[in-house]
Design a binder for this molecule. Structure first.
Ligand SMILES: Nc1ncnc2c1ncn2[C@@H]1O[C@H](COP(=O)(O)OP(=O)(O)OP(=O)(O)O)[C@@H](O)[C@H]1O
Ligand SMILES: [Mg+2]
Length: 255
């Protein structure tokens, strides 16, 4: 446990929600059924893997769980509370953080400023936001790049800034959309060490989208598998690994 990460500025409370639930979610885009009746529950102490082939509906589901996409039917519940009608900002304030498949950094701002703006948006003072941002950057291994312009960073560092920016909120849950995409095996291993520490260091549940099955099997407590918008399997890594539907969905895919 790293105390520096827990020294939240006065007035900033850590979100308390214990579980994030998707209940019978359906998302329809015009004629396309992107999500068909998917239910899942992420708990505060775990790393929950969300996997499936391209176009399976993973990002759409994360969008629903963070207020970026309204389900056609079904509900998202946070600590039992119905979030219907909440905007992304309200999800953030209630302790739901996310990263995006594409970096979405402010490219002209420094790395530190990119993290600070999130903290400022939650009501921290400038000084507190700066100090907390620096602690997060140190935690993701980017302390020495705090003053670099974000647009000049290599792709792999951009991913880490995205995670620092999510964790600066002291969220109850963080949803990571393919944080290791495009990384070498060594960079991916390194990032996974950081991610695996999140539940203990921050008392924060993690939903992790990742295509590499070896990585997912190694770091997740439980795994949920989508294919074509439907749940095809859910369970422990060992159960998923030997599941006939999962093997068939992944046949011919890397990993
Ligand atoms: N805004 C949108 N409008 C129309 N169709 C969409 C929209 N967003 C996603 N889709 C479609 O919904 C389906 C699910 O897409 P989604 O991005 O959720 O998949 P994914 O599992 O995240 O895929 P990937 O692994 O490629 O990131 C796909 O067929 C996609 O083309
Ligand atoms: Mg996606």
């Amino acid at each position: 446990m790293n105390d520096a990460l827990h020294d939240l500025p006065p007035g900033i409370a850590q979100a308390q929600a214990a579980e994030l639930v998707a209940e019978s979610i359906v998302v329809q885009f015009q004629g396309l059924m992107a999500i068909s009746d998917v239910s899942l529950k992420v708990e505060r102490h775990e790393i929950f893997g969300l996997i499936g082939p391209n176009g399976a509906g993973k990002t759409t589901l994360v969008n629903c769980l963070t207020g970026f996409q309204r389900p056609s039917t079904g509900r998202v519940l946070l600590a039992g509370e119905d979030t219907t009608g909440w905007r992304p900002d309200k999800f953030r304030k209630q302790g739901i953080a996310r990263t995006f498949q594409a970096g979405r950094l402010f490219r002209d701002m420094t790395v530190a400023e990119n993290v600070e703006v999130t903290a400022l948006g939650l009501g921290m003072s400038r000084r507190a936001a700066h100090e907390h941002a620096m602690a997060m950057l140190a935690w993701v291994g980017l302390a020495d790049k705090a003053d670099a312009v974000a647009g000049t960073l290599p792709y792999t560092d951009e991913r880490r800034v995205g995670i620092a920016r999510a964790m600066v909120m002291s969220p109850a849950f963080v949803l990571l959309d393919e944080p290791a995409a495009g990384m070498s095996d060594a960079e991916c291993d390194d990032l996974m060490h950081t991610i695996v520490a999140i539940p203990k260091e921050f008392t924060c549940g993690v939903l992790l989208i990742e295509h590499n099955m070896g990585v997912i099997m190694g770091v997740c407590d439980r795994i949920h598998v989508l294919d074509g918008g439907r749940t095809i399997a859910q369970g422990l890594p060992a159960e998923i690994r030997s599941d006939a539907n999962v093997i068939s969905a992944y046949l011919g895919m890397e990993g």
